[in-house]
Design a protein around this ligand. Structure first.
Ligand SMILES: [Zn+2]
Length: 149
């Protein structure tokens, strides 16, 4: 099941981009729109899509908020204890990722204010942003996930 879901996430981001490139904006399309107000082929092909990046961009993936929404786990709350584990929480406030976020903030701060808009993260700040997202180990963060029975 877990392996299958990994594959589905990749499929999902393709579908998401496909949907957004077309017309109908779904919920996931809206999240993606923060990152891609104007989607261009050039931009998409440049992006190396990893499961974590997919999660951050679409909100669909390994966050507890997502897993809880689909009744895979009992609680959406992040192990840091401060909030539900959404992608924004992960990106902006989770104390468990302070160190990783500090590197991202210092990279972004060279040219922009933090927090910067998401479109900038995926374009101008792409390198620092993907470094941050790919450093996140959701498995490690969520080691106390309890599967619903
Ligand atoms: Zn947290």
């Amino acid at each position: 099941m877990w392996g299958e879901r990994g594959t589905n996430v990749i499929d999902e981001v393709n579908i998401t981009f496909g949907v957004y490139n077309g017309q109908s904006l779904t919920t996931k399309g809206k999240i993606t729109k923060d990152y891609f107000p104007e989607v261009t082929e050039r931009l998409i092909t440049k992006i190396n899509i990893t499961p974590n990046l997919t999660t951050m961009i679409t909100g669909h993936g390994n966050t507890k908020n997502y897993l809880h929404r689909f009744k895979i786990i009992d609680s959406p709350e992040c192990p840091c204890g401060h909030n539900d584990q959404t992608t924004d929480h992960t990106l902006l406030e989770c104390t468990l990722l302070s160190k990783e976020r500090d590197s991202l903030i210092s990279a972004v701060s060279r040219t922009d204010d933090w927090p910067t808009d998401k479109h900038k993260l995926i374009t101008k700040q792409y390198k620092a942003f993907t470094r941050f997202t790919n450093q996140i180990s959701f498995d490690k963060l969520n080691v106390h996930n309890t599967l619903m029975t």
